[in-house]
Ligand binder design. Sequence first.
Ligand SMILES: CC(C)(COP(=O)(O)OP(=O)(O)OC[C@H]1O[C@@H](n2cnc3c(N)ncnc32)[C@H](O)[C@@H]1OP(=O)(O)O)[C@@H](O)C(=O)NCCC(=O)NCCS
Length: 203
Amino acid sequence: MHQLGRLVKYDRRNVKAWAGDSQWRALRADFARFRQHGYNGWVSEGFWPVVIYRLQRVTENARPRWLWAPTRTVLALVRKLVALVTHIHIDRAAKIGPGLLIPHCGPINVHRDTKIGADCSLFQGCTIGAGHIPGGAIIGDHVHIACHSSIIGPVKIGDEAMIAPNSLVITDVPAGTTAIGVPARILPGKWRARDRASVPAVL
Ligand SMILES: CC(C)(COP(=O)(O)OP(=O)(O)OC[C@H]1O[C@@H](n2cnc3c(N)ncnc32)[C@H](O)[C@@H]1OP(=O)(O)O)[C@@H](O)C(=O)NCCC(=O)NCCS
């Protein structure tokens, strides 16, 4: 990951190390990823909730807390408005790595106990939510969560996994595999094994 002026050239392999714990860097990486996939970023409906989420993370940890209280209140209001327009709800307590791509507008819900790694994609109609067992999903790096899929409860999803469209994930998904169906069965992950260059940049 290196910088071109103030812009960032997106490097999916190094984005985690480059961003570290910085939500500002994570936001720059998110933006760079949107751009890399052919989206404008600032006028992409999926990018707005990501910006709000990153800002909420920044202000959540900012000290002294009382000084940041007005900013947190404004962000909470803006978040509500953005959620009303986009139907995308990302809980500010969720932990999400840099390079998150939400290409399309549409209902998305990310539960507060969720952990998502670096360079992941989240498509329209997805729920990462609570189940009857307490705890949230732990999702690795470079995971593609395709449209209208649900990941329920404290499941673990390994790096480079693919959650197929319309799938219901209620058990762990090993790294590099594809989870397909309701409930999801695990396939070897042909999709990841193919040359990534053959995957269209714009999904
Ligand atoms: C899920 C996906 C990765 C499967 O690719 P693949 O590894 O090449 O797998 P195949 O196409 O060979 O399908 C394997 C099996 O799963 C089935 N299958 C594929 N996608 C499925 C889905 N979403 N739900 C249920 N079954 C599915 C196939 O019918 C096939 O069944 P079979 O073994 O009984 O013949 C691919 O179809 C996909 O949907 N990619 C994501 C695309 C995306 O996110 N686009 C953006 C939309 S906005």
